[in-house]
Design a protein around this ligand. Sequence first.
Ligand code: C2E
Ligand code: CA
Ligand code: CA
Length: 735
Amino acid sequence: MREKNEASASTPSSSEPARAPKEDARAFAPSEVLPYGDVASSEPDWIALLAHLPGGVSRFDRELRFLFINAEQAHWYGRSVSDITGRKLSEVVPAERYARALSFLKKALHGKTVVYENRVDRGDGDLHIRQITFIPERNAEGAVVGTISFVIDITESRRAESALVQSQTQLLSLFQALPDLVFTKDSQGRFIAANAMFTRFFGMETGEAIFGQRSADLLPADISARWERQDSMVLLTGNPQRSEERLSDAAGRHVGIFDVIKSPLRDAAGRIVGVLGVARDVSARCQAESEVERLAYYDTLTDLPNRRLFTKTLRESLTAAARCRAGAVLLIDLDHFKTINDTLGHDAGDRLLQLVGARLADTMPAARIVARFGGDDFAVLLEEPVTQASESDELPSDAWRDAVCIVAQGLLEILQRPYRAGERHHFSPPSIGIAMYGGASALSVDELLKRAELAMYEAKARGRNGFCLFDPAMEAALAKRAALESALRAGIAKGELRLHYQAIVNVDGNVSGAEALVRWKHPAHGLMAPCEFIGLAEDSGLIIPVGEWVLRSACGQLAGWSARTATQALTIAVNVSARQFRHPDFVAMVRSALDETGADATLLKLELTESLLFHDTADVVSKMESLRALGIRMSLDDFGTGYSSLTYLKRLPIDQLKIDRSFVADVLSDPTDAVIVRAVLSLAASLELDVVAEGVETLEQVQWLREEGCRLFQGFYFSRPKPVGELEKEMGLSI
Ligand code: C2E
Ligand code: CA
Ligand code: CA
């Protein structure tokens, strides 16, 4: 300061160009300045301080002569302080830099403080940026006598600044480019900023338009209320909040499901100052999820819920006792669907199922759920509303039972109406099984479905096209059946089966053969007739071992009879169930029974029923032909009770018809039966088939049948089924 004052003092007037005093220049020489500071003095030694400054400092007179230059500045020029001091600026810096500096220096000499930047290539590959400030130096009168320059290297700070700007720009473009709706809000719940996606969604021209708006300005009342609540939660707790919203855009064109996440926005100190929200359109994902759900819970053919959804719903209904007082499961099975499917093909079958499904859904709008279980099985769940009956009633109440029966009856009526498929009408009446439960039922889903199924089987057994309520007796019957089945299984192994024979007599009254009829000597129930266990054996598959045992025993008997003259020409007829006949190994089994026993195949007759012809007639015919090739004869049992179609009578390789005993029983009293029997006899004669009249109980019947041309008879009139020894004795065959 002292020097400056002296310099100023030496300048006579401000208008005069200042002349730098020689003393000053010398006084500023570094050798004289260093070391700086006079600790004792109250003022710091400014010159010494300037010399040590990390920036450049120079002092010029009006001729732009260096009166002072500090070490740093001299270093930038690549020269020493003493070398520069006293020289003119034009001698120190390159021409074009001088020219640039001059324009600023002139301003400074006109009394203005000037700041400008220089980019300097120091030859190290980096461009350095220097900020240069020229301050006019005035004397005591205020005249400008020179200028002082301060030069600082701002390369680093500029670099940091531009890096910051760059990263901000990147962040901003990221923010704008995000496909999500992104926004920020202040702590008062006002929008601060939003990205392009957001503003476009809400129909705003620019990003600024959002500033200061509130949720309520953009969103429907219910959503905005929820958003405000979420915002306060975020601001209060700092925990992110998440919700799924159905949002529609300003134009009302796009409606989407958005996954919205709100997180706290913090300042540098970590204080929560606002909310950052991101709303992502997850409509596509939701759609995919619902498609997955549809596939998992719905039947693709009918679009009805599937068994899985039904059981899920039923489980809910059973547990949420408060929802309903009582419920009912209706299982619906189409009675003749299989025949339609087999005869008209699967496409027609599928079409029919779709029609049934649609009809069910249309008629049962009040049902909790209408489902297709697969195949031709449908199910309906009905619930009794809580309000209906009084609390004291036992559940399910009689009123509810009646209501369910009315619904079932209505369903029957609607489902038995014909379905149009192509030009044809089809009928597929249903059988309906119903299981009910009280509101607080302890029954499981499986138990209920099993009950409904039992009731459905019962409905079928009672003659189809009807409905049946579950009754505990059905369960008892089922348990009994199960016990009987395991007893039969054990009984077969323990040799409890017996074979009785019933004589078949010719017109001369001589025995021509016998029908083998199975019995089961149950350890507790005694001798059981086939009607008590053959059905069970057929359902459980036990008919295969039973049938095999019967056939082997009968073949053994044939072989035994062949040894004696009185019996060697007798035939034996064996009953064969449809299921047994369809078994792929049936022909092989028969062949091995013949081989092992040595029985004469020509004396063996197999009695088949028409039910065999429901499925795959070609297979049946080819099996019959293989058996016939062995010499075995075929007989059609219970003739007249089934379809008795003439077409298959012609096609099938059969040798004999057995007129069912129901016709024989009434030939004398019922003219219709007499007509039928006559027709069968003449038909058989024209097709050259034998006829056996079954169930002949009286002499009158024998006489009538004989007059009509019947040649073979079987019935109690001649002999009851009995063990072979007794038969032989009775019929005089034991000699
Ligand atoms: P089905 O083949 O029609 O056998 C004739 C049935 O009529 C026998 O009953 C026989 O006892 C009965 N019957 C014979 N004559 C008269 C009569 O004059 N009046 C009356 N009311 N009935 C008479 P069963 O032995 O109880 O057999 C019943 C059914 O069980 C048989 O009917 C047959 O379908 C089946 N069955 C018997 N044994 C076997 C077998 O080994 N295998 C298979 N799959 N079914 C068998
Ligand atoms: Ca028979
Ligand atoms: Ca029969």
